[in-house]
Ligand binder design. Structure first.
Ligand code: ARG
Length: 463
């Protein structure tokens, strides 16, 4: 019989020497996985209720264990619980304390389970809750993005390809592009829950158990759709961790892309957006500086999220089935990615609330680079029956002429335009008005002001 003296490891009958000091220091995970205490206690309560229903433990023992677990829960929430590195992780810390509170009957709690199924049960429940937290924060970002878009439906700016002026767009349309991305991010997080929603509890170490347990009961009790099918897969699987880390990486990447654009547009070279003093920082030497550090923070943190995702992929790459200590690192990666993303979403929301368009500059820049060239080509197709390729060539010749004469397209006279296409009339000059260009893009999903307004209304309704 194991003695279970409280200053000793559970396995002290078999392993008679204490773990080396160094290993005790680095091999434990309590500082990280104590965040799972709530889920661990919830899982244990469901487990002992099931053990009682299946007549594996008595009513009295079940009640004693639940009493002890509730007491531990209170101790931890009131910060009166002493976590001990010596007991490795949250599971052993709680079990050890249970012995202190209710005595030897605590020894029944671990019947028909292992830490291998226990830890993933806790972790899956935790990820479900974290997903809700992340999506709430994405919602806030979506709301702020829509608000800024609403103020900028008619703000004309150059849309870029290759960072060269390409076609005129509305700044509102640009912002609504990110609303699409953030909505997909939300969906990605939610879709992950579909695969995750199977309860690991009861597969024990790796092969199942000889006790007559009821996995459907614990699965239902813990809010899972069904129990997992294969005990070996269950304790080895960390796909759900990868899914989460990938979803964080993608969301982070979206934030990083817009952060990068705002950094460029905030530069003195572009000067397309203004950031209020709340979201910039100064320089220690250059008194004039207002730097977009927060945006840079967002772009930088994406690297950490990718790192966590790749760490997990690498941990799993050569790992045979089933449980290995290597897997213990999964929680640190997930907690770090989760916390980082929540911070980034909050910071980004703050930036959005403190960002405004420099409308004059946007329009000025949009009026350079012969941005209405495609509109002119389209006009030649529609009004003068040219094939698109022919119209493209004529327009290119007009652009060449403008460039040679050091003029913008919209500065050419009708007389000059007619040299290349004699059929042109006064009407063509409207084509160079960027507002007309934008409003001609009425195709579904295009940048016309009406389209943007409709999208904004649609998203405000679904929220
Ligand atoms: N702290 C461990 C982890 O997170 C729990 C599972 C331990 N299982 C084991 N066989 N050592 O991975």
């Amino acid at each position: 019989m194991a003695k279970n003296k409280n200053n000793q490891a559970i396995w002290n009958t078999r392993i008679q020497k204490e773990a080396s000091n160094l290993f005790q220091k680095v091999g434990n995970s309590i500082d990280v996985d104590k965040r799972l205490y709530k889920e661990d206690i919830q899982g244990s309560i469901a487990h002992v209720e099931m053990l009682f229903r299946q007549k594996i433990i008595s009513f009295k023992i079940k009640n004693k264990i639940i009493y002890g677990l509730n007491k531990i829960y209170k101790e931890i929430t009131h910060k009166k619980f002493e976590f001990n590195k010596k007991y490795e992780d949250i599971h052993m810390n709680i079990e050890k304390r249970l012995f202190q509170i209710i005595g030897d009957e605590a020894g029944y709690i671990h019947t028909a389970r292992s830490r291998n199924d226990q830890v993933i049960t806790d972790f899956k429940i935790w990820i479900k809750t974290a997903t809700k937290g992340i999506n709430n924060n994405i919602d806030k970002v979506i709301k702020s993005t829509i608000k800024l878009a609403e103020k900028n439906v008619e703000t004309i700016m150059p849309g870029f390809t290759h960072l060269k002026n390409a076609q005129a767009i509305s700044f509102g349309h640009y912002l609504m592009a990110y609303v699409e991305m953030f909505n997909r991010d939300k969906k990605r997080f939610l879709n992950n829950l579909d695969n995750l929603d199977e309860s690991p509890l009861g597969v024990a170490a790796l092969s199942g158990t000889s006790f007559n347990i009821d996995r459907n009961f614990t699965s239902k009790k813990l809010g899972f759709k069904r129990p997992t099918n294969n005990s070996i897969d269950t304790v080895s699987d960390r796909d759900f961790v990868l899914d989460f880390l990938y979803a964080v990486s993608v969301c982070s990447m979206h934030i990083s892309r817009i952060a990068e654009e705002l950094i460029i547009w905030n530069s003195d070279g572009f000067n397309l957006i203004n950031l209020s003093d709340k979201v910039v920082t100064g320089s220690s030497i250059m008194p004039q500086k207002k730097n977009p550090d927060l945006l840079e923070y967002l772009r930088g943190k994406t690297g950490a999220s990718y790192g966590n995702f790749f760490s997990m992929l690498t941990i799993l790459k050569g790992l045979p089935l089933s449980y290995f200590k290597d897997l213990q690192d999964d929680k640190e990666l997930v907690f770090n990615s989760n916390d980082t993303l929540i911070n980034c979403l909050k910071i980004f929301d703050e930036v959005l609330k403190n960002c405004s368009a420099n409308k004059k500059k946007m329009l000025e820049l949009a009026n350079t680079g012969h941005i209405a060239a495609t509109d002119l080509a389209d006009y030649l197709v529609k009004e003068h029956n040219l094939s698109f390729r022919k119209a493209y060539q004529k327009t290119a010749a007009i652009v060449n002429m403008a460039e040679k004469r050091k003029k913008n397209l919209n500065e050419l006279t009708l007389h000059e335009l007619k040299k290349i296409e004699p059929k042109l009339t006064e009407e063509v000059l409207n084509i160079f008005e960027l507002k007309n260009s934008i409003n001609s893009k009425k195709s579904f999903g295009g940048t016309s002001f009406d389209n943007i307004r409709k999208m904004i209304i649609k998203y405000k309704k679904t929220k």
